[in-house]
Design a protein around this ligand. Structure first.
Ligand SMILES: [Zn+2]
Length: 370
């Protein structure tokens, strides 16, 4: 194990992140990347306001004669909920899509219902075929891979794309943002957008049942069919405002009686288990470190406040254990199998088929042409 050193700016450290590098000033590679990304994408003030209005104007103009201007994937979490509120402020006609992969927390579902009602948004809930979802998730559970959330994340994204296609909506409002997600370790987080990888893991470890009912998008869909043929575009409005998680939560609570569910992405019970149990216990990675570091880098929290928050467990040990038992029972994994899963060697995406090489090649070619 490497010598323990912690970044002087955020709370990422050398032992929990094998890819962390500190420069001569003791600042980590993630903080340096945050600076670059912030400069490029997170534009606030007058310039941000102008960009925000331009984006809204474009969506409204293209939405003329159609039922909706844009589509929004609503998880019930802070970022997507705040985005729903922001879109209404500018009178965008939004089709809200919620994807139910079988793991929704009750609080998240209530948040979505309350918001759509008050904002007067049409809400479309896509319910993923549970037997299929379960099979894909089970295969990942036995894979030894770090990112067990890939099957769920991929299905969310694919379902929203499919709705955009179905209703011929050109714009997808995306809650992704630098403020709360600008720092994310690249050590264990393989992309959820690689369907070849999902299929590869499933073919090796799955039951062999058809994946026809699993919503998915291929590399070709993402890079050619959707953007070129259907002209679908991602719009990240949170990049044009002084986005603060704390302020957003306050507004949501006041306006919608919205409720917090205890942690980033805990709107899914599977994700809560994945982030609180599986990742820290098997890979030594506590994702809260990244989330807190993002808030520190974005100026929402001091480093001292971050260290204090990190020192406290998000949930009681017993609750974490119960959550794990709920997940493995729902996925039909016995406690013996579970022990084997936790003891098995850790793997990476390179141990399974993926589009990684093709993606890297494509990025290189794109760069040359630019
Ligand atoms: Zn740092």
């Amino acid at each position: 194990m490497r010598e323990y050193k912690i970044c002087s700016r955020c709370i990422m450290d050398t032992t929990s992140d094998p890819n962390l590098v500190l420069d001569s000033q003791g600042v980590c590679n993630y903080c340096r990347r945050f600076e670059k990304v912030k400069k490029k994408y997170w534009i606030t003030g007058n310039e941000g306001q102008k960009l925000l209005e331009e984006a809204i104007h474009k969506m409204k103009k293209d939405g003329q004669g159609k039922e909706y201007d844009c589509i929004l994937g609503l998880s019930g979490g802070v970022d997507s909920s705040y985005l729903a509120y922001l879109a209404k402020k500018y009178d965008l006609r939004v089709l809200a899509v919620h994807v139910d992969a079988g793991w929704n927390s009750e609080i998240a579902v209530k948040n979505i219902e309350k918001m759509c009602k008050k904002l007067n948004y049409d809400l479309h809930t896509v319910v993923i075929d549970w037997p299929t979802m379960k099979e894909v998730q089970r295969a990942f559970m036995f894979s030894g891979l770090a990112n067990l959330d890939i099957p769920q994340d991929h299905a969310f994204i694919a379902a929203v794309y499919q709705m955009a296609k179905k209703y011929r909506i050109k714009y997808i409002l995306n809650g992704g943002n630098v403020a709360t997600e600008g720092i994310l370790s690249n050590a264990y987080q393989y992309t959820a957008l690689d369907y070849k990888h999902i299929k590869g893991v499933y073919q090796k470890l799955g039951s062999g049942k058809s994946l026809k009912k699993y919503p998915h998008v291929t590399y070709f869909d993402l890079h050619f069919i959707l953007p070129r043929l259907y002209k679908v575009e991602m719009v990240r409005l949170l990049h044009y405002i002084d986005y603060s998680k704390k302020d957003a939560m306050k507004i949501l609570e006041q306006e919608f009686d919205w409720q917090y569910y205890g942690g980033k992405h805990y709107e899914s019970r599977f994700t809560k288990f994945f982030q609180e149990y599986y990742l820290p216990k098997k890979f030594g990675w506590d994702k809260r470190r990244d989330h807190i570091s993002s808030l520190i880098a974005g100026g929402e929290m001091t480093r001292e406040e971050g260290l204090k928050e990190m020192a406290v467990l998000p949930s009681a040990e017993q609750e974490i254990e119960e959550e794990k038992n709920y997940v493995i029972k729902k996925l039909d994994i016995s406690s013996e199998e579970w022990d084997e899963i936790m003891k098995a060697p850790n793997k990476t995406e390179d141990d399974y088929p993926s589009s990684k090489k093709m993606r890297e090649r494509y990025q290189k070619i794109k760069k040359i042409f630019r």
